[in-house]
Design a protein around this ligand. Structure first.
Ligand SMILES: Cc1cc2nc3c(=O)[nH]c(=O)nc-3n(C[C@H](O)[C@H](O)[C@H](O)COP(=O)(O)OP(=O)(O)OC[C@H]3O[C@@H](n4cnc5c(N)ncnc54)[C@H](O)[C@@H]3O)c2cc1C
Length: 374
């Protein structure tokens, strides 16, 4: 749109790049997000690092024997789509995005800058940094994560709750090809998910293993040999022999949403606005929805010569996004709570619900559409 964009990052460049390289997670980007990357002219570069996700497989192993007792497959073909989305290692996704951004003359990134104050005026916001420098802008986009400073200084309330649960993430190689099937195994404590990665000559998948915090802590403290045994057991051999490659990292699981998405010349996006448990690939995909909404609002304002940082216009952004985010937060919270069931009656109820969704055409279509991100 020809606007000048200054990106401010608190971490210094080396720490930022280091944490980027150490991020062993991958992100399943659903089709609306892929469309945004295509429009931005960056998808071609990212696609070479991606694996298409063609089938979502939910396996229930919540019975007494702990074996798989029901498999529900949802295929993108049923709705005439080649795939639900693509899975991409985070460090490659971010690297390609950064390289692309540096190609714009009207883009700059400033590392190691700590925002200390914001002064808002009629037509602009002035951001002041610890080092005495300042930047003025019509609009500040608050993408400063779940503990957002911008959200706090604007007195925007948030609702947050946790589940005493963590996610352990790592990459595995495996004997049986994944065939572009993303597999989520439900037992108790949270799902164990295998998400296809590009093969690079060996079969590879990303693992998100969710469980109670104490169990994840114990898994991290285990010897390599004991961990391998637990991993093989938890995977229920769905991909044959499975081996961890590289490091593991753990992430606390919370749900959180901001009670409104705007402040004085401020629009909140991404985790500053919403945090989900990593189920159903909602996090970054919802952030793509924020981007779509905000950029079309800015575009309309530019066409009409209106101030896109005004309260009237930012209220439109809030109206467009808030309900959708809230409904998604409640939906993912319900799915996560169902994955946490320990009681036999509740686990059997979860199985019945899965069978019902899998076998009832209309419910099945809703599940497939939400898997596609529409
Ligand atoms: C295990 C796991 C798996 C996931 N899988 C998926 C998936 O498959 N698909 C999906 O869509 N989503 C997924 N997500 C969610 C996704 O990773 C998050 O939505 C995303 O990482 C959040 O990005 P963010 O930019 O909002 O926040 P962050 O990554 O936290 O970035 C915030 C940045 O702001 C900087 N910052 C903070 N405060 C300031 C300040 N005052 N001044 C300047 N800079 C500041 C920080 O240094 C940081 O770099 C997953 C999440 C987890 C934990």
């Amino acid at each position: 749109m020809g606007l000048s964009v200054h990106c401010i990052e608190r971490l210094n460049k080396d720490i930022f790049n280091n944490s980027l390289n150490k991020d062993n997670r991958s992100t399943a980007i659903l089709m609306p997000g892929i469309e945004i990357l295509r429009e931005a002219g960056i998808w071609k570069k990212i696609s070479k690092h991606s694996a298409p996700l063609k089938i979502m497989r939910l396996a229930d192993a919540g019975g007494e024997k702990g074996r798989i007792r029901y498999i529900a497959d949802f295929s993108s073909k049923e709705v005439n789509q080649d795939q639900f989305g693509f899975n991409i290692p985070n460090y490659l996704l971010k690297k390609e995005m950064m390289t692309h951004l540096f190609g714009y003359q009207n883009f700059s990134i400033k590392y190691g800058k700590n925002l200390s104050k914001v002064i808002t005026r009629n037509k602009e916001a002035i951001t002041l940094f610890d080092d005495g420098t300042r930047i003025s802008a019509k609009l500040i986009i608050g993408a400063d994560g779940r503990d957002s400073f911008l959200r706090e200084i604007n007195n925007i309330k948030k609702k947050k709750w946790s589940y005493n649960q963590k996610a352990l993430t790592f990459v595995v190689t495996h004997e049986i090809p994944h065939d572009h099937i993303s597999t989520e195994i439900h037992k108790n404590g949270g799902p164990f998910t295998l998400v296809p990665l590009p093969s690079e000559g060996v079969n590879k998948s990303a693992v998100v293993w969710m469980d109670k915090a104490e169990i994840i802590n114990a898994l991290i403290a285990m010897t390599e040999k004991d961990f391998s045994y637990e991993l093989q057991k938890r995977s229920l051999n769905v991909l044959g022999e499975i081996n961890i490659e590289g490091i593991k990292s753990s992430w606390p699981i919370i749900s959180q949403y901001a009670k409104k998405l705007y402040g004085d010349r401020l629009a909140l996006i991404a985790e500053a606005a919403h945090v989900f448990p990593p189920i159903g690939a909602q996090g970054l995909n919802t952030s793509f929805g924020d981007l779509r909404s905000l950029s079309s609002l800015i575009k309309q304002c530019l066409e009409k010569n209106e101030d896109y940082g005004s309260e009237t216009n930012l209220k439109k952004y809030n109206k467009d996004r808030w309900n959708e985010i809230y409904v998604k937060i409640l939906g993912i919270d319900a799915l996560n709570r169902a994955a946490l069931f320990e009681n036999k009656i509740l686990k059997d109820f979860r199985l019945k619900s899965l069978k019902l969704i899998h076998k009832t055409g209309s419910l099945r279509n809703i599940a497939i559409s939400s898997g596609l991100g529409y």
